[in-house]
Design a protein around this ligand. Structure first.
Ligand code: NA7
Length: 538
């Protein structure tokens, strides 16, 4: 296919960057509005996160019944999830099914990574270019890059000398890797590390886990869904679709209604047991609100979680290293399927790199402060430059040639995560200061943002003389202040993790995600109801 389009061609109405949950829906909605829209996708297929993250064990930590599009009865009726928590391959198939059913593929140029987007103020157009030489101009530019798309690859000294294979989890090859009998090192024990480690422990020869910070692990209760299960879930789809919109974190559950202070320790213990038995993120998002803000409440829950973890570990000395001392839920707590039990195996070795840090990669493997580990493969489960990384990877310049990255390098601010002052007609999903950046069952939030953005575009199409919209500085400042008040009160704000940007050296610190999906939606709806108050339309 010829991907080069001359800049002199008739401008497009809109360009959508990314073909994951948000991008596919945005393409569909904009086309339904009669706009001439083009998608660009760096991968060779659709599915975004579920295209890139094909490492062993990758699966959702969200239940399948809330991990889907709600807007089409036909899609809801015709797709059959096979598991409560679907694996990568199934989620990728689902998004391919959606792309085919809505006939979105012809709208997308695959294998095209957008590298450049400059606002031409004289023409009120975005000039968009890709690494394949494609070049288009458009009136509206939508970033649908997902919150976790830009891998974090730490600059380990000597990495170029390592003679074995070295890869980041989000760049796992489609054909897979034969791990049998191999000596494999995994660096990182976040949600991704947990899934890789528990999956490959029985496949590899020896597994060396290089752990800097331990993670809480909630035993996932995954089940195969039967026709009866699916029928029962389908009968609740309408109610679930409404519920997730108004919830704390976009799931089909909410925080406890009773106040912490109105319960006894025994009552709370019974509630924790019930939540834990569900084997889902209800342990985090369905708990007492107080555990997110009160250190005493948090410690009681943390002790409960530590006890659950300890009971699953048998090797002497491992529990002390593997069980966190920080507060539960202040960093993203992963669900696990045998992560802790993997450390009971004789071929799995836990290396505490807080005690003896990694000094360098050698030709043969990894050298820490006190030992050398010969390895065939090193897997980086080191996470992502969340929410800003993928957007910053594009040279985005707004009014007066100002670079978005240069602003975010100083301070990460947005207008509700939907726009940035100085960048007219540029809309973002999964950007900082909205729940979609982290504290959300991501499909719930991406759908809400895409609906808001596309409704906004329709409004500007009808009401804008020049068809240009831009968040005002005052509106953005107010949102930042409100966001900081809401999130700054939580224990999350004090913890170092990707949630606060602390995982990336030099990244300005701020809780990246707004907290409370329902309140965010309400605030967005109010802005729209007041003819996009806080945004200048011309
Ligand atoms: P995370 O949650 O950011 O975890 C990354 C892990 O890698 C974490 O254990 C880090 O330890 C570790 N890490 C990062 N850099 C280094 C270096 N330089 N040396 C040693 N160890 C390092 O990323 P995930 O991919 O697991 O999960 C991201 C989200 O994807 C997840 O929350 C889900 O929402 C889906 P640290 O904590 O920094 O000490």
């Amino acid at each position: 296919m010829n991907t080069s389009v001359s800049a002199s061609q008739t401008p497009l109405d809109a360009v959508v960057i990314g073909a994951g949950f948000a991008g596919l829906y945005a393409l569909h909605r904009l086309r339904e509005m009669g706009l001439n829209v083009q998608g660009f996708e760096a991968g060779s297929g659709v599915a975004g996160t579920w295209y890139w993250n094909r490492y062993p064990g990758a699966r959702t930590d969200s239940a399948s019944e809330v991990y889907q599009y709600w807007f089409s009865d036909a899609l809801l009726k015709d797709w059959n999830w096979s598991e409560r928590f679907p694996a990568q391959a199934e989620t990728e198939r689902y998004l391919n099914f959606v792309a085919d059913r809505l006939d979105l593929r012809p709208m997308i140029r695959f294998n095209n990574r957008v590298t450049h987007a400059h606002w031409d103020a004289a023409a009120n157009l975005w000039d968009v270019r890709t690494d394949q030489g494609a070049s288009v101009r458009c009136r509206y530019l939508l970033s649908c890059l997902g919150p976790l798309s830009e891998p974090k690859v730490p600059p380990f000294e000597g990495h170029e000398n390592f003679k074995g294979r070295f890869l980041h989890t989000s760049r796992w090859p489609k054909e897979g890797i034969d791990l049998s009998g191999k000596r494999v090192g995994v660096i990182g024990t976040g949600a991704t590390g947990v899934q890789v480690i528990q999956t490959i422990a029985s496949q590899v020869g020896e597994l060396f886990v290089f752990q800097r910070t331990p993670t809480y692990a909630i035993a996932m209760r995954n089940t195969k869904l039967t026709d009866e299960d699916r029928a029962a879930l389908r009968s609740r789809y309408t109610a679930l679709g409404e519920w997730v919109k108004h919830s704390l974190a976009g799931f089909a559950f909410d925080m406890q209604r009773k106040a912490w202070a109105d319960t006894t320790k025994a009552e709370r213990r019974a509630i924790f047991e019930d939540l834990y038995a569900d084997g889902s993120l209800v342990m985090w998002g369905g708990n007492f609100a107080e555990v997110l803000v009160d250190p005493v409440a948090n410690e009681e829950l943390s002790e409960f979680m530590r006890e659950k973890m300890r009971a699953r570990l048998t090797k002497p000395g491992v529990a002390d290293k593997l069980i966190p001392t920080y507060g539960f839920g202040t960093r993203r707590p992963p669900l696990d399927c045998g992560y802790l039990e993997a450390f009971n195996r004789d071929n799995v070795h836990l290396i505490d790199i807080k005690a003896a840090p990694i000094e360098r990669f050698t030709e043969a493997g990894i050298r820490t402060a006190d030992a050398e580990y010969p390895l065939d493969i090193i897997v980086l489960a080191t996470g992502f430059d969340a929410a800003t990384g993928a957007i910053n990877a594009i040279d985005i310049r707004g009014r007066d040639g100002v670079s978005l990255k240069s602003l975010w390098d100083r301070d990460i601010t947005t207008a509700m995560g939907l726009q940035k002052h100085g960048f007219p007609n540029f809309f973002t999903s999964a950007a900082p200061l909205a729940p979609a950046a982290a504290f959300c069952n991501v499909p719930t939030c991406l759908q809400q943002q895409v609906e808001w953005i596309t409704d906004c575009v329709a409004h500007v199409e009808q009401n804008g003389k020049e068809k240009v919209i831009e968040a005002t500085q005052a509106f953005e400042d107010n949102w930042v202040k409100h966001h900081d008040q809401v999130t700054g009160a939580t224990l999350i704000a004090k913890a170092d993790s990707w949630w606060t940007g602390a995982n990336i050296a030099g990244k300005p610190r701020r809780v990246l995600s707004y907290l409370h999906v329902g309140n965010y939606r309400k605030a967005c709806d109010e802005v729209a109801a007041k003819a996009y108050e806080g945004f200048e339309i011309r």
